[in-house]
Design a protein around this ligand. Structure first.
Ligand code: NAD
Length: 350
């Protein structure tokens, strides 16, 4: 038996993780705590919402008093912390809310765990889910490893780096049992369509411009979201306390090449001749402070805990494109919120 508090479980990665845990571990009680920002969507969890071992609680991680009450009420003995402001472009416009949620929110959870567990740390764990963006940018060669020095460049990555430091500080200062994982870019179903892959699938479908930063030369390592959820499951159960694990797919793509794969796949499903939608590619001014290349070395996770990605990228993209094309209602529901306004403001295009 475990009472696991998953924060941010209504978001993209959180919903995949909650589904995995609820279905795989009927003996665990999974408490999904989420404040439901624009990125949190309970429709992501429709298929499991009536399961006995699942509870949703609407709560802001920054609300220290309410968080303490939730720990008490549900006798929380494990935390998997994903709640965050997660979009780099939004962090450039509004860094305060990123510091508030990602730093102060993490601190509020850490402090609650410390107080509530009261140094009785047997079978307790605080697992913090983080990003490879904390490591900064790579040149053409090399990989981020768990010992790469932090060098964040965007307000988003600075806030995540800070939250990682707080987690380590609680481990070192109070012996709070913690784990951290830093993962590369995720893709898959239920991702809010401000992020590159769902944004582009939707735009190609609707014959709208595909805004590509700079010359599309930036390189990212892409991982299928279900593989990230599997990795979190493995690390949560078998990771060594106090350790950090990098999670990645050894799957680097230049943005422009990735976009061409997406175009090819969407055109195939829409019955358009190959390459038809390439004319939609529109180069726009590069993102300020845009990191050139991220690449993760996840050898430690493979060697020590036996995790590997389960899917080839082309297969993952195919599944993902199919999902967005078949789930028109989900996309409509999400895009009809204030997302449209944001989209116009961000890219100055209709
Ligand atoms: P997301 O934006 O899709 O979801 C974030 C969730 O957190 C939403 O459900 C939102 O409502 C919730 N939330 C935000 N502020 C909150 C608050 N104050 N209190 C309670 N809930 C709040 O994000 P995601 O892409 O699923 O990312 C989840 C985590 O994984 C984040 O910590 C992110 O930094 C990390 N991560 C993401 C990626 C990626 O590619 N998406 C890669 C590596 C790490």
């Amino acid at each position: 038996m475990k009472n696991i508090l998953v924060t941010g479980g209504a978001g993209f990665i959180g919903s995949h993780l909650v589904r995995l845990l609820v279905n795989k571990y009927p003996n665990y009680s999974i408490i999904n705590m989420d404040v439901l920002t624009y990125a949190g969507n309970l429709a992501n969890l429709k298929d499991i919402e009536n399961k006995e071992n699942y509870t949703f609680v609407k709560c802001d991680i920054c609300d220290f008093e309410s968080v303490k009450n939730i720990f008490k009420k549900y006798k929380i003995d494990n935390v998997i912390h994903l709640a965050a402001e997660s979009h780099v472009d939004r962090s450039i416009k509004d860094p305060f809310s990123f510091a508030q949620t990602n730093v102060m929110g993490t601190l509020s959870l850490l402090q609650t765990a410390k107080l509530y567990w009261n140094e009785n740390y047997e079978n307790k764990l605080f697992y913090h889910v983080s990003t490879d963006e904390v490591y900064g940018s790579l040149g053409k060669e090399g990989f981020f490893t768990e010992t790469t020095a932090y060098d964040p460049h965007s307000p988003y990555s600075a806030s995540k780096a800070s939250s990682d430091h707080f987690v380590r500080a609680f481990q070192d200062t109070y012996n709070l049992p913690t784990l951290i994982s830093n993962c590369s870019n995720n893709y898959g179903s239920y991702q809010f369509p401000e992020k590159l892959i769902p944004l582009f699938i939707n735009n190609i479908k609707n014959n709208k411009p595909l805004p590509v930063y700079g010359k599309g030369e930036n390189v990212r390592d892409w991982l299928f979201v279900n593989d990230h959820a599997r990795a979190i499951d493995v690390i949560f159960h078998s990771g060594k306390l106090g350790e950090t694990y990098n999670i990645g797919g050894f799957n680097e793509w230049k943005n422009i090449d990735l976009i061409k794969v997406i175009i090819k796949t969407v055109d195939k499903y829409l019955g358009r001749p190959e390459g038809t939608s390439e004319k939609l590619i529109t180069f726009v001014t590069d993102r300020a402070g845009h990191d050139l290349r991220y690449a993760i070395d996840s050898t430690k996770l493979k060697d020590e805990l036996g995790w590997e990605p389960s899917l080839q990228f082309e297969e993952g993209i195919d599944k993902t494109v199919k999902w967005y094309l078949e789930n028109e209602d989900w996309l409509q529901n999400v895009t009809s919120r204030d997302y449209s306004k944001y989209y116009v403001e961000m890219y100055n295009t209709k």
